[in-house]
Design a protein around this ligand. Structure first.
Ligand code: SF4
Length: 295
């Protein structure tokens, strides 16, 4: 089944078997200094018309491809108005009455002009999971990377999602503050997560596939990347400060040196022990080799 995608298209790893429905192109913010996902000219932000979206849904139905889950692309489809999102969800339900789950990336600012009641209505139509790239809970680090969000805006969005009965999957970027801000990045990210209690939490190691210059500018030239031991120490601070009740935690993306999985808080002692072992005796835990970290 070939849909008319504007490439490149990104999706979270857990949406590998979902239909990717590109209801917007690019990211309406597109300013984070660590993100190169939507910087090519063809990825300039725009909405797709309802007519085109419905044509694609009809084409998928007539192809006979089984669809149980749908991911709304690209970078922040939730920037669409409630009215547009409702129309899209109603169409999805018409074409796929048995749809199990619809999800989307979501920037905190995307939810500012949506009420809990509106999100609850979308949730009832199946839009029930939001991938929120908080990246950090530290205001200074967020400012340095030009995220356009802070602790309070991130928390407000995550609380809105929860109040609407939907779920959130949060991403925190390990190494994002460099050496200087590593500890405050970890501690404040943990504080944000503990306040928000997301259903899922994942970490990735920040990387710069096309060079670190733009990122370095945001830090006034004082960004010093963390080495492996520094990344482990930061992970230790993060885990140690997390006070979660029932959050599925994954730190297993290809960019991570150390694979950590568990349910927090239950598995916190085990995960901390693993990170401590990696810190104290690097040979004692199974680490990915440098060449395996390819993104
Ligand atoms: S909001 Fe997300 S997609 Fe947009 S620039 Fe930032 S990291 Fe990239």
């Amino acid at each position: 089944m070939h849909l008319p995608y504007v490439e490149p298209v990104f999706r979270p790893p857990s949406e590998a078997y979902s239909l990717i429905l590109q209801v917007t192109n690019g990211c309406s913010w597109n300013n984070c200094t660590f993100c190169e996902m939507y910087t090519q000219p063809q990825k300039q932000f725009r909405f797709k018309s309802q007519e085109d979206i419905e044509k694609e849904l009809a084409a998928v139905v007539s192809s006979g491809a089984p669809v149980r889950r749908i991911f709304l692309a690209d970078g922040d489809a939730m920037t669409l108005s409630f009215r547009r999102l409702k129309l899209i969800m109603q169409a999805i339900n018409r074409y796929f009455p048995d749809i199990q789950r619809v999800s989307s990336y979501c920037l905190p600012r995307n939810l500012k002009n949506k009420t809990v009641a509106e999100l609850a209505e979308l949730n009832a139509l199946g839009l029930s999971l939001f991938y929120v790239g908080c990246e950090s809970g530290d205001d200074l680090v967020l400012e340095r990377v030009n995220k356009g969000e802070n602790f309070d805006t991130s928390l407000a969005a995550l609380q809105k999602i929860k109040a609407a009965g939907a779920k959130s999957s949060v991403m925190i970027l390990n190494g994002m503050g460099g050496k200087k801000y590593s500890e405050q990045h970890a501690v404040n990210s943990a504080r944000l997560m503990s306040a928000a209690q997301p259903e899922y939490l994942a970490t990735l190691v920040v990387s710069f596939p096309t060079g670190v210059e733009r990122y370095q500018q945001g830090f006034g030239g004082e960004f010093e990347p963390l080495d492996q031991a520094g990344l482990f120490q930061e992970m230790y601070w993060l885990l140690d400060n997390l006070e979660l009740e029932k959050t599925i935690f994954r730190s297993d993306h290809a960019s991570n040196y150390l694979v950590l999985k568990g349910v927090l808080g239950k598995d916190k002692p085990r995960l901390l022990a693993t990170v401590k072992a990696a810190l104290d005796q690097p040979g004692s835990v199974r680490l990915r080799q440098e060449w395996m970290r390819g993104l």
